[in-house]
Design a protein around this ligand. Structure first.
Ligand SMILES: [Fe+2]
Ligand SMILES: [Fe+2]
Length: 253
């Protein structure tokens, strides 16, 4: 059973993560879903695949008021990100889904119609949750060609989709990163293979570094907090990624 844990709370403003499902089928990659709430409105990032919908929904309903959910934020188009969309729309047909404009004819294959999607322009845009203003931050080619992260400047949190993901063995699968150097062993192979463009990595690292983050929250693996946020950005900026690696065997995770 997945559980919801609060990451940040200040008055009506809350970030909570739904994480760690020991009962999921072993063939499925584990995912983190983040609920951003402000008063009577909330948004869920990358709600996950259809197979895990019951676990995510149960954790959400146990840890928060599910009736406040207004929006889904889809960092990109992958099945582990948003293939549960039709099931969320059964719960609330009025839900809206933010996603890159390039996916607006692809995502309806998971569910919804033209009214469901709010197309994000390449340069990103602001989003309102209650009176809170969030920023959809471009992260194209990291790894998807239409890819966004979500920045909360008040909570100093950046949701980063697959950036920062690590494939952790069960005994090291903690909610927060505890030993950065050890953790990176489980992130290296994934980032080298999935992140397609070194130019995109360097551009993202410059922008992320300037945000003054307290937490970097990926869709898979442990959350980076405190000094580990900048450690990750520095590590990523120096990592060899992308197509050039295809000429030789990729590093293992
Ligand atoms: Fe992905
Ligand atoms: Fe993913």
């Amino acid at each position: 059973m997945k559980r919801m844990e609060t990451l940040f709370e200040q008055g009506p403003h809350r970030w909570a993560v739904i994480a760690r499902d020991p009962e999921r089928a072993s063939a499925l990659i584990d995912t983190n879903e983040y609920l951003v709430s402000h008063g009577r409105e909330s948004l869920l990032t990358d709600p996950g695949g259809m197979e895990i919908f019951p676990a995510v929904f149960a954790a959400l309903a146990n840890g928060a008021d599910a009736s406040t959910l207004r929006w889904i934020f889809s960092s990109h188009q992958d099945p582990d990100v948003v293939s549960s969309l039709a099931l969320w729309l059964e719960f609330n047909p009025a839900l809206k889904c933010y996603a890159s404009k390039i996916w607006h004819t692809f995502l309806p294959h998971y569910g919804g119609n033209a009214d469901t999607f709010i197309c994000l322009p390449d340069e990103g845009q602001t989003l309102q949750v209650g009176t809170l203003t969030l920023q959809a931050m471009p992260a194209h080619y990291l790894h998807s060609s239409g890819n966004f992260h979500l920045h909360d400047p008040v909570a100093r949190i950046l949701f980063t989709g697959d950036v920062g993901a690590a494939m952790l063995p069960p005994e090291e699968d903690t909610l927060f990163v505890h030993d950065f150097d050890r953790h990176c062993r489980y992130a290296r192979g994934f980032h080298q293979r999935w992140m397609g463009s070194r130019e995109a990595v360097l551009d993202w690292c410059d922008r992320a570094s300037a945000l003054g983050l307290d937490m970097l929250c990926p869709q898979h693996g442990s959350i980076y907090q405190g000094a580990d946020v900048q450690r990750f950005i520095n590590w990523f900026s120096e990592l060899e990624v992308g197509a050039g690696l295809g000429r030789r065997a990729p590093a293992s995770a």
